[in-house]
Design a protein around this ligand. Structure first.
Ligand SMILES: [Zn+2]
Length: 164
């Protein structure tokens, strides 16, 4: 499943990418369409053309594309993830091998030689971790590792999803 998240869902976009879901953010299409904000009909056109499911908090947008969009209720990132889990069956299990770059949605590649990224992360991070991944997009090249922030997210998420 590939997604297109509306302009209100920047944080959700980053979470979905980290969990390995290919997700385009509406505001990332501003340059592409030369329109800010990108109008609903353009988002729908883009989603159709690229086989993406729209995730939105905008009921109007949802209404115009009910066949392939998902409407989120309420507020809060864990609430959103729970709805996507319960109603779309998305599983949120972090795996660096499947993760996508939270900034640009590109795929990641394992860093073969840890030494090569030494200058790109904090010394403490470099010393504490052995496995690093890097964004394949040459304009981005962000570095990822299985840090404690990821474990916090997983812990909070497992509590949220157990709650019914
Ligand atoms: Zn990137």
């Amino acid at each position: 499943m590939k997604f297109l998240a509306d302009a209100m869902l920047g944080k959700l976009t980053r979470f979905l990418r980290i969990f390995g879901f290919d997700t385009i953010y509406a505001n990332d299409l501003i340059d592409y369409f030369q329109l800010d904000p990108v109008p609903d009909e353009k988002l729908i056109e883009y989603a159709k053309r690229n086989g993406r499911i729209i995730i939105t908090k905008d009921y109007d947008l949802y209404k115009h594309y009910t066949e392939k969009s998902f409407f989120l209720n309420g507020e809060g990132i864990y609430n959103y993830l729970k709805q996507l889990n319960k109603q779309c069956g998305l599983k949120f299990k972090f795996n660096l091998k499947r993760a996508r770059c939270s900034i640009c949605n590109s795929q990641l590649q394992r860093v073969e030689n840890k030494n090569s990224i030494k200058k790109l992360v904090l010394e403490e991070t470099y010393n504490n971790y052995d496995e690093f991944y890097q964004c394949l997009n040459l304009q981005c090249k962000k570095i990822y590792w299985q840090g404690s922030h990821i474990e916090d997210i997983e812990y909070k998420l497992s509590n949220t999803l157990d709650f019914d």
